[in-house]
Design a protein around this ligand. Structure first.
Ligand code: SAH
Length: 263
């Protein structure tokens, strides 16, 4: 048997699958087929249980997120598990919330798997920021007032200086860009005060929690009221914050909070 695991003798296969924002009906057909064909599934925290229930009942499911209050599994351990399972001939699916290549460490995993000689394929999923506004019939771009969109994280890697919010705010104003902020709820007060250096206090903002899930909620306010609104409405993770004129229409809603789905 050949135990040479160098890059040229690729062995084993892992598919990184985007599970979308939570609603199983938002999976792609390719994602569904990969989930059903998997013998081992390694599942991130934000993947909803109805999606995992689509897997073959005989498949081994490994939850690697913070579910149950435990600390999340270290990234290097997850990668080691995937490599071992792939090399043992398992059909490994790595299920990630939203899209695997947007803030999901998908890029890092592809690099490490390939370096171990494992073949990798990646299936897109609908990213949370897109699903969140779409569920409210709101676009991210609009010919009249948003020429583009920036997906940005509110949570930097430890030791990293993080996003330059002031520069981003100025660019967003000048170039008419919508900002979609992931992982921004905890740092909302800081993000708000930094963004106010480049964007007007009356810039519309929406916060959407649990997009596409039955428990979806949202609130809309002005940038100057972002942190206070999040606190008052008790909004928390997982949520995206959308900043820009595209969410203007949501400000007109009289109730501070409405269930997203079916409204
Ligand atoms: N790869 C994922 C993002 C992972 S980072 C994607 O493409 O969607 C995790 C962050 O995504 C959360 O902190 C939150 O900001 C956002 N998120 C994930 N699922 C969400 C959901 N159902 N509703 C709102 N935000 C969500």
């Amino acid at each position: 048997m050949n135990h040479d695991l160098s890059f040229h003798s690729a062995r084993g296969q892992v598919t990184l699958v985007g599970a979308g924002p939570g609603d199983p009906e938002l999976l792609t057909i390719k994602a569904l087929k990969a989930i059903q064909a998997a013998t081992v599934l390694m599942v991130d925290d934000l993947v909803s249980e109805p999606i995992v229930a689509l897997a073959n009942p005989a498949a081994r499911v490994v939850w690697v997120g913070k579910r149950g209050g435990c600390k999340s599994t270290p990234q290097s351990f997850i990668e080691k598990l995937m490599i071992t399972a792939a090399q043992e001939g398992e059909r490994v699916v790595r299920l990630k919330g939203g899209d695997p290549f947007l803030f999901g460490r998908g890029g890092e995993e592809v690099e490490h798997l390939q370096a171990a000689g494992v073949r990798v394929s990646v299936l897109n999923g609908i990213t949370a920021g897109l699903a969140a506004v779409t569920s409210l019939n709101t676009p991210l771009t609009h010919r009249d007032y948003a020429h583009g969109v920036v997906f940005v994280t509110g949570h930097a890697k430890p030791g990293d200086t993080g996003t330059d919010w002031r520069a981003l705010a100025n660019t967003a104003r000048q170039a008419k860009l919508t900002l979609v902020i992931y992982m921004g709820v905890t740092g909302a007060a800081h993000i708000q005060s930094e963004l106010l250096h480049g964007l007007g206090a009356d810039t519309p903002v929406a916060i959407i929690q649990n997009a596409s899930l039955p428990q979806q909620r949202h609130a809309a306010c002005l940038l100057a009221d972002l942190a206070e609104t999040i606190q008052r409405e008790g909004l928390g993770s997982p949520a995206v914050i959308v900043v820009g004129d595209v969410v203007q229409g949501l400000l007109a809603v009289t109730e501070p909070l409405m269930a997203g789905a079916g409204v």
